[in-house]
Design a protein around this ligand. Structure first.
Ligand SMILES: [Zn+2]
Ligand SMILES: [Zn+2]
Length: 309
């Protein structure tokens, strides 16, 4: 039997968990994605948002009986919605568990271990990192390529977010999974209004070129992916009205960019916490209806959803 990559969403919301009657269908947990390689049963986790708590319970009942849990966790960045579930990931309390936690550290004087493991101090939590029974190794990441063995290769790319944030490209079993969140399109940083007294035509043209190149650098990173998981926190209207510079993408940008890059399937992700199930359904219909035959298949990621590549 050929090897396949299986992706399961344990948390799909941005910013803060939002459980409740209006988010039952799409889910209220913050980002956590499980990636399994079927033939070797290798497990890779992306992000440790509140969704990792349920994944931890699943590993305890399904994986632990077969042997100690060894896994890599790739953090896109250290904003709280992407690391808040870590202290509630039960395997960290189990002897024999071995974790390698990778991610970008934004400030030189604070390592990844201090930022993520620093949640486990009495100030915030009743257990200290030094009391954990598992072995945890933290690895600071930049833009680079890694070989995880068993034919699994990972490469990283800086995105456009207020802190260092990495997109991941995971290649295994002839399949490609990419993530591009949290991020927003690069914009021209110079004035583009000819009526503005600070307008300089040469600067405006240069700014356009730089923004276009930066955006192309990211779309090249996920070109041809079998599945792209992309930031889609806002609609274009919301983004233009008041959300520029917050580090999140309009859905329209995610869809256009994925289609242009020949992505096969696009999971819109990092949903706005106030968006209700009904609103999400309507937006999904709107985007899927607008696509041509042969374009990427577009859907909103839901908690509990499993996608086989
Ligand atoms: Zn986030
Ligand atoms: Zn963020």
């Amino acid at each position: 039997m050929g090897e396949t990559m299986r992706v399961r969403f344990w948390g799909v919301r941005g910013s803060i968990p939002c459980p409740g009657a209006h988010t039952v269908a799409y889910g209220g947990n913050t980002p956590c994605i499980e990636v399994r390689l079927t033939s070797t049963d290798r497990l890779v986790i992306i992000d440790a948002g509140s969704g990792i708590r349920d994944l931890g319970l699943r590993l305890m009942s399904h994986d632990l009986p077969k042997g100690p849990i060894h896994t890599e966790i790739f953090l896109t960045h250290t904003h709280w919605d992407h690391i808040m579930g870590f202290p509630f990931f039960t395997p960290i309390y189990i002897p024999g568990t071995e974790l390698r936690v990778y991610g970008p550290a934004t400030y030189e004087d604070e390592t990844l271990g201090q930022v993520v493991g620093g949640q486990l101090t009495y100030r915030y939590f009743p257990v200290r990192q030094s009391e954990l029974a598992s072995r945890i190794e933290y690895i600071d990441l930049k833009e680079e390529r890694l070989d995880l063995g068993d034919g699994i290769r990972v490469s990283t790319k800086y995105l456009n977010h207020p802190v260092l944030c990495l997109g991941y490209r995971i290649e295994a079993a002839g399949k490609v999974l990419c993530t591009a969140y949290d991020t927003e399109p690069f914009q021209n940083v110079f004035c583009t209004d000819p009526d503005d007294p600070t307008y300089d035509e040469a600067m405006a043209v240069e700014g356009d070129l730089v923004a276009r190149e930066e955006n192309e650098r990211i779309s090249d990173f996920y070109r041809g992916a079998d599945l792209l998981i992309h930031d889609a926190q806002y609609t274009q209207k919301e983004y233009q009205a008041s959300k520029r510079g917050w580090g999140h993408s309009p859905m329209e940008h995610a869809v256009l960019s994925a289609v242009e890059s020949g992505v096969k399937r696009l999971a819109l992700f990092h949903h706005e916490p106030v968006r209700t199930d009904g609103e999400m359904d309507a937006l999904e219909d709107q985007f899927c209806g607008a696509l041509e035959k042969g374009d990427a298949e577009v859907f909103f990621a839901r908690e509990g959803m499993e996608v086989e590549l």
